[in-house]
Design a protein around this ligand. Structure first.
Ligand SMILES: O=c1ccn([C@H]2C[C@H](O)[C@@H](COP(=O)(O)OP(=O)(O)OP(=O)(O)O)O2)c(=O)[nH]1
Ligand SMILES: [Mg+2]
Length: 149
């Protein structure tokens, strides 16, 4: 397993650094580092600190913040930006844009696990302008061009 540099910005996180819940888990759970319960109204979005900063450093990797399925499915708590992309050169606090897309208020408790962090490989590219592409069988077909599932 590779090491990831992390800074603790909220002392409460020192004793509960994110870990993989099971040997096969892809995500590290991020907690809501808030001092008091926050009630998030239906349709409201709140930027929630996690108490952690990471420095991925290697441009061949990035981190993604993704919703937790239970919160999203059962309570409508997802991400205001749908997916959070953490650049390899970002050194600030990880923040979770927390959107209540449901129809009932949600009480977010201090230190509750709110979202998850996944480290993914990234390929940076150099754009090369061409006039024509070699023909593919799909061509420009998309958006259901192969029929409805
Ligand atoms: O859910 C998120 C999304 C982003 N970030 C941080 C890390 C990321 O590297 C930085 C910038 O994110 P992004 O590039 O998606 O936002 P932007 O609106 O393009 O801002 P910028 O102009 O700073 O790049 O904000 C978070 O903490 N949480
Ligand atoms: Mg950006």
């Amino acid at each position: 397993m590779q090491a990831l540099q992390v800074k603790i910005l909220d002392e409460r996180m020192r004793s509960q650094l994110p870990t993989y819940g099971t040997p096969g888990s892809a995500g590290l759970d991020l907690r809501a580092c808030i001092d008091e319960t926050i009630e998030i109204a239906p349709g409201q979005t709140v930027l929630v600190p996690t108490g952690l900063a990471i420095f991925v450093e290697d441009p061949g990797y990035a981190a993604l913040i993704l919703p937790r399925s239970g919160l999203g499915h059962k309570h409508g708590i997802v991400l205001g930006n749908l997916v959070g992309l953490i650049d390899s050169d970002y050194q600030g606090q990880l923040m979770v844009s927390t959107w209540n897309r449901g129809s009932t208020p949600f009480k977010l408790e201090p230190m509750e696990r709110l979202a998850q962090l996944v480290i993914v490989p990234v390929q940076q590219v150099e754009l090369k302008v061409v006039e024509e592409f070699a023909q593919s069988s799909r061509g420009a077909g998309g958006f259901g061009s192969t029929g409805r599932a």
